[in-house]
Structures are given as C-alpha cells and as structure tokens.
Design a binder for this molecule. Structure first.
Ligand code: FNR
Length: 176
C-alpha cells in the first residue's frame, strides 16, 4: 500500500504540473478520481469538488466511445499503460477530442493500486504533433518524479511514448 508521504509527493507534482493529470484509485469498485490537478480543471472547466469521487467517464456524456472504452477496460484490468482518443465534453458542454495517456502507479506489476491519467486536447490551434511531443516529454518527467517509472526513465521508453502519441495524432488528423 502506498503511504501518505508518497501520496503527498504525487499531489505536489500534480499541483505544479503544466499538463493535465488525474489519479484514480483502482482498489475502489467505481474507480473514482482521487486527484485532479489545476491543468485538468482548466481544460475541463470543472472544479475539484465537482470531480473528485467520480469515475472519469462522466466527461463522455452520452458519446459512443464503445470500442475505445473496451480498450481502456482491457488495459486497466491488465494493469498496463495505454494511449487512446476519446470524445469528451467540458463543463460548458463544448466537445473536444481527448488524447488520454494511462499509466499504472504503485501496487504490484499487473495489479496497480492507482492509475494516472493525462489528458491532451486535440484540435485546438497549435495542438499538432509538436505539441503532443511536448506533452509526452513533460508527462514522462512527472512520471519519473513520482516514481511511476524507474528514476531515470530510459530514453528509449520516453521516445516510444512520444512516437506512439504522434502516430495517434497523425491518424486523428487524417480522419478529419
Ligand atoms: C480515465 N478515463 C477517462 N475517460 C474519459 O472519457 N476522459 C478522461 O479524461 C478519462 N481519464 C481517466 C483517467 C484515469 C486515471 C482512468 C483510470 C480512466 C476512463 C474512464 O474512467 C473509464 O475507465 C472508461 O470509460 C472505460 O470504462 P467504462 O466507462 O466502459 O466502464
């Protein structure tokens, strides 16, 4: 079990980060949000009090994300990282396409105690491949700060995350 000190460290990293970050408790049946940082609240337009305790699917409203949701459930059940694109809605109802990064945190391999989610809004001006690589670089740094990956994350796996995200963005752009 993660101790309070480690949890507080994650909270401190979240507070300072420029990328949207959320933490979900995987030990609870509804997989609720236990942390949502200022960048996430800025992106979605919700307050912390409105989102903590909810499963993050509330952002989908009644969008049909059937295949993507199945992909997410499989990754969560296996305790492995994933990157997917989901249609979401802000508090004011406006839609956006969310490139979501999921990473296991704490617990045992295959059975993480938490999952970290990072949200990147596709489609707003300057949010092309360059911006998503900036996002994955910062996300990789935050993951190593909280110890979710070995202290000095292999350059290889950092690059792999950037390449995966860039490929998803290109595929998304070509569908528009
Ligand atoms: C999520 N989920 C999620 N979904 C979404 O639409 N927008 C989001 O930003 C997030 N963020 C997020 C972060 C973390 C850490 C986790 C673990 C999950 C996915 C959502 O909560 C849920 O897992 C998926 O919708 C699949 O499950 P259902 O809805 O098919 O039961």
């Amino acid at each position: 079990m993660m101790d309070q000190k480690q949890f507080d460290k994650i909270r401190a990293v979240f507070e300072r980060s420029g990328v949207a970050l959320t933490l979900v408790d995987m030990s609870l049946p509804e997989q609720p949000l236990v942390l949502a940082n200022p960048a996430f609240l800025g992106l979605t337009g919700y307050t912390e009090g409105q989102v903590l305790g909810l499963n993050c699917r509330f952002l989908q409203c009644d969008d049909d994300n059937t295949a993507t949701r199945a992909e997410i459930r499989a990754a969560l059940a296996a305790g492995r990282e994933a990157q997917v694109i989901l249609r979401n809605h802000r508090a004011d109802g406006s839609p956006f396409d969310n490139l979501l990064f999921l990473h296991p945190v704490g617990g045992r391999p295959g059975a993480p105690e938490y999952f970290l989610g990072s949200q990147f809004e596709l489609g707003h001006c300057k949010a092309g491949v360059g911006a998503v690589i900036g996002h994955t670089d910062q996300l990789s740094r935050e993951l190593s700060r909280i110890g979710a990956v070995s202290e000095h994350m292999e350059m290889g796996s950092r690059r792999q995350l950037a390449e995966m995200a860039a490929a998803l963005v290109r595929a998304w752009e070509s569908r528009r």
